[in-house]
Design a binder for this molecule. Structure first.
Ligand code: GLN
Length: 317
């Protein structure tokens, strides 16, 4: 099976089987606890949702449970910032994998305050600052939230204020990154404004179904549906997918590309969005993380899914 046009009955069976296998897993990783509010989440949860080209949603597990999308939001802010600034964004943030943890500080000094890529925390904070440029923090945040609602076609998506506060209260490391970059001029606005918006967009709560819906524009070359409303240019959508493949899982990006073979972006809430270009957007969620901060079971489930469907961006067309 090459992975094209898999009958939806087969996909349903595969998704249900994977969910059943994940339910039986005993080694589920560890829930993030450096953001105290996230430490309260039940690690037994799991969901897998596939949103196909013809608009069908194939779901298994806790697909309607809200979770904190955390760094998955960095894909949406990058799309918004690229749409606004275009190529100018790349003077302030790079496009290389970092090989370091998502919250690393060490590389930033060597590279004079310009973060390696938009998906590590430092890079995402720069992207947030670029969205903020001429706006009040509240306005910028409203734009981001509105954009995510538009992508997912769901006006009910909201920010979890308890998670945002929890991170504001404890985000000293991110504050260090922001202040350091302000010293280099990579960040232009007051660091506390940028951080406030950053923590709040990381605290957006979504269901796995909503996440799968929100990833559709990346599966369909910048359009919400094949041939449908355009969100960003084809070129930008492909560039974001390239960055997701190379940088979407921090220092676990090589491993994810090797095992799953799809562009994907993870967050410490345990969510991953992944795309099969031209065919499907996938949301997967389980709160327990592996050693590099990516969902253990969601990574595993996506590996099983691509093996069983034949989906891979390296598959011959
Ligand atoms: N809000 C989190 C942080 O800044 C996001 C990290 C992540 O999901 N990897 O630490």
């Amino acid at each position: 099976m090459k992975g094209h046009n898999i009958p939806s009955g087969d996909l349903r069976r595969i998704v249900a089987e994977i969910a059943a296998e994940m339910a039986a897993e005993t080694d589920r990783g560890t829930v993030a606890d450096y953001i105290p509010q996230l430490a309260k989440v039940d690690p037994k949860q799991f969901a897998l949702v596939i949103s196909t080209a013809d608009g069908e949603f194939i779901t298994a597990g806790d697909a309607e449970t809200h979770f904190s999308i955390q760094s998955v939001s960095k894909v949406f802010t990058l799309a918004l910032a690229l749409g606004k600034l275009g190529e100018r964004l790349w003077t302030r943030v790079g496009r290389e994998p970092s090989g370091d943890p998502f919250n690393s500080i060490v590389q930033l000094e060597h590279e004079r305050g310009v973060p390696r890529n938009p998906f590590i925390n430092a890079g995402a904070i720069v992207v947030t600052d670029s969205i903020l440029s001429d706006y009040e923090p509240k306005e910028a945040l409203a734009q981001i939230l509105q954009f995510v609602r538009y992508l997912a076609s769901d006006e009910a998506i909201a920010i979890d204020p308890a998670v945002a506060k929890s991170e504001l209260d404890t985000g000293f490391r991110n504050a260090a990154l922001a202040n350091f970059m302000r010293a280099y001029g990579t960040i232009i606005g007051p660091p506390e404004h940028t951080l406030g918006v950053y923590f709040h967009h990381c605290a957006i709560a979504m269901t796995t179904r909503q996440l799968a819906a929100a990833g559709r524009f990346l599966a369909f070359d910048g359009q919400l549906d094949p041939g449908g409303s355009r969100v960003i240019s084809t070129r930008m959508a492909r560039q974001i997918n390239a960055l997701m493949l190379t940088c979407g899982h921090y220092d676990g990006s090589g491993e994810f590309a090797f095992r799953v073979g799809l562009p994907g972006k993870s967050g410490v809430g345990g969510g991953i969005v992944a795309v099969v270009p031209g065919q499907a957007s996938i949301g997967c969620w389980s709160p327990g993380l592996n050693a590099v901060g990516n969902s253990q079971l969601a990574s595993r489930a996506l590996e099983l899914l691509t093996r069983r469907t034949g989906w891979s961006i390296f598959a011959p067309r």
